[in-house]
Design a binder for this molecule. Structure first.
Ligand SMILES: *Cc1c(COP(=O)(O)O)cnc(C)c1O
Length: 341
């Protein structure tokens, strides 16, 4: 079950989903009902699981668009069961168990009460049972193994309650490669589909290649004299005659303002530094070191150019975050070009 939430981690949910399906992915996971509806409206017909919380106002869309909600709360289960019964339909759901993430999920007690007291709504089909692991990329595997033990106890309660649960799933990307005890009938990889991981160096990661490049081009060039400054609040001052290139991308498109005077981009196969504060839709770079630079030159913000490469991990390091946030910050308004493989 491929995770395509957050616009497929910035890659574009619809095209990414189509490509994954073409390569044999049988099921998709999104965060919200709205994300699921958008995929359905694009003609995607594979089963779609909604990982995030669902609200009463969304039940209609779940039914109409055949989206499978993950239910984490007994009262939502009851309400959804009533809504399905009143429409005389039978709708599949997955139940989520809280095992240590401290986020969504039924507690073990809530699960036991639900199963042993026969409160599971007859209008719903328990298609899946799941939990989410909090620390698959942490240094210490013990907390994850404990979560898996707790999950197995929940699974036992459900099976002993007489439920057949066809889909049992626990692993995100890190869990899928690192914890054999977390393999059930499905895995839910996200970040690794896109070529990144956050596993510690002590764990052997699969050979992954980043899928996405982020590019722009030089819009204007100017030379500023010593003492001249660049961008808002004049945080960059030229010490010598400095060639500045203006790039038409800024924080509104997902280029973090934390990259101000810190990040780098690639032009003509060379790394050049960002000069001054990142603006909403523009950023300036110091291209003094590149002799034949010209307006229209390709600029790589993420990706490879000649022998140099900048990854989402590099940007994450410069901005104090993780590749996930760098990727899904890329605005949906930036045109995506897909190359067929
Ligand atoms: C986002 C998410 C995943 C995917 O996690 P990755 O670390 O990107 O592989 C899996 N399961 C749930 C419930 C998620 O929210």
């Amino acid at each position: 079950m491929a995770v395509v939430k957050a616009n497929a981690y910035g890659h574009g949910a619809i095209e990414t989903s189509r490509t994954l399906i073409r390569h044999g992915v049988a099921r998709l996971a999104v965060f919200s009902t709205e994300e699921g509806v958008a995929l359905r409206q694009a003609g995607i017909t594979v089963p779609i699981v909604v990982l995030g919380p669902v609200f009463q106002e969304q039940f209609g869309d779940l039914f109409v668009y055949q989206l499978t909600p993950v239910v984490s709360d007994p009262s939502v289960l009851t309400a959804l069961g009533k809504a399905a019964a009143s429409r005389e339909i039978f709708h599949s759901i997955h139940l989520k168990i809280e095992t240590g993430m401290g986020r969504l999920g039924l507690t073990q007690n809530e699960l036991v009460t639900l199963i042993r007291s026969n409160k599971f709504p007859p209008s719903l089909r328990l298609e899946g049972l799941m939990t989410h692991l909090a620390d698959t990329d942490g240094a210490d595997p013990d907390a994850t193994e404990e979560q898996i033990i707790r999950f197995n106890a929940s699974l036992k309660v459900v099976l002993e309650g007489g439920f057949q649960v066809p889909l049992v799933h626990v692993s995100n990307s890190g869990g899928a490669v690192r914890f054999s005890s977390a393999q059930f009938t499905l895995v839910r990889p996200g970040i690794m589909l896109y070529g990144y991981h956050t596993l510690p160096g002590t764990v052997e990661a699969p050979d992954l290649r980043p899928v996405l490049s982020l590019k722009t081009c030089i819009a204007q060039l100017r030379t500023i004299q010593p003492g001249g400054t660049v961008s808002y609040n004049r945080t960059f001052t030229a010490k010598c005659p400095t060639r500045i290139a203006v790039l038409p991308i800024g924080y509104a498109s997902g280029l973090s303002r934390q990259l101000s005077n810190r990040g780098q981009v690639l032009i003509r196969g060379q790394r050049v530094p960002i000069a001054g504060l990142v603006c909403m839709d523009m950023v300036m770079v110091d291209v003094t070191a590149i002799p034949r630079v010209a307006v229209g030159d390709e600029v790589v913000l993420i990706g490879q150019q000649e022998n140099e490469r900048i990854t989402a991990d590099d940007i994450a390091e410069w901005t104090g975050t993780i590749s996930y946030e760098v990727l899904c910050a890329i605005s949906p308004q930036i045109p995506r070009l897909y190359r067929s493989s």
